[in-house]
Design a protein around this ligand. Sequence first.
Ligand code: AMP
Ligand code: GLY
Length: 421
Amino acid sequence: MNILLVGSGGREHALAWKIAQSPLLTRLVAAPGSPGIANLCETRTFKVTDVEGLVALAREIAADLVVIGPEAALEVGLADALTAIGIPCFGPTASAARIETSKAFSKDFQARHNLPTAAYGVFETVDDAAVFLDAQTAPFVIKADGLAAGKGVVIASTRAEADAAVADMLGGRFGTAGARVVIEEFMAGEEASFFALCDGETAIPFGYAQDHKRAHDGDEGPNTGGMGTYSPAPVLTDALAKRAFEEAVLPAVRGMAAEGAPYRGVLYAGLMLTPTGPRLVEFNARFGDPECQVLMLRLASDIVPYLKAAAEGALAAMPPPRWRDESALCVVYAAEGYPDAPRAGAVIEGADADFGDQVAVFHAGTSRNADGDLIASGGRVLNVCALGATLQEARDLAYAAIETIDFPGGFYRTDIGWRAL
Ligand code: AMP
Ligand code: GLY
């Protein structure tokens, strides 16, 4: 098979790493890819939102399957354009991706189908938001409606902070993504990330993980896209995972089909494990990043037949995927200043060393300078991942590897996995 993989982050490097191991693969091309992905396959320079360019590339390489990593490509309709010309695509249409790209759509959808989630309201004016806030108690959860790169959520501990967040978002801080705000009931509990592959009609569970979203040790500091992950996450027991699948994921897939926007690709349910059971924090229309990295390390089955079956509506015939018994853990090496103002350009050494079979270093935000040096070019720069017989062993291996990498100004959390250990 010829496969086109769209994206350039650590998630896509992990997908490329796993796809490259498939005996079904003839040719893998990544667009735009990264220096890390370029160690595995061909890469071509395209923006992930360049629908016309990517469709032409898919045609040029006679792609049998296109795998879309990032939500930005989904939002602009890359899956729609590929489907229209008959190229199987792993990733939902723009309309189905609204389950992530519009929080207002997603919350209304969850309410229409009685999915377990927080009570909420959607507002376009400061005054209407204030009336809703009057009836709530702290902490207040305020979200920009559209995509805001993980920065559009404020958990306000005082009413003054809540009012300021609403004014800020409706005042244009996130452009049109903040034209509406969603205000939610606060849910207390531990969070977990649950994944399912969907083919428009049905779904199969595809692993779970736990992420550390705060920038600093002890789960302190600003919210980020994720500073580290591990899988399995003991807090999400088989019984809770089953409930999340049956109460949130399957009804969502059936609901999207019933509403005329069948969902194909991976559905990521961000869960809050509350005393009454798993409740949805959000849906995402893609793999988690860096959750995908630990899932790929643990996945024992060939991934390609699963991606293809999801794209072609054939998941019902697929056996459950097989997972390694080992635990996987990922530590994010971030650039100085992340998440507010990451500094680009630091020269990194040792990222592509041979770390042995148990360790994989995925590039999340790297590029090469004119001299060919590997440099930091994103907020989250490297994902240092390891497999171990126990979570402790995976953690020891990941930290031993990260210490050998020279990344001036880079920082990482030293406590990934603490909740499980
Ligand atoms: P989101 O971008 O929707 O995933 O929100 C970012 C983070 O805010 C989540 O990972 C949670 O930690 C937190 N959060 C979002 N919504 C709620 C809620 N209703 N109750 C408690 N925490 C929340
Ligand atoms: N790691 C969280 C996310 O991908 O949204």
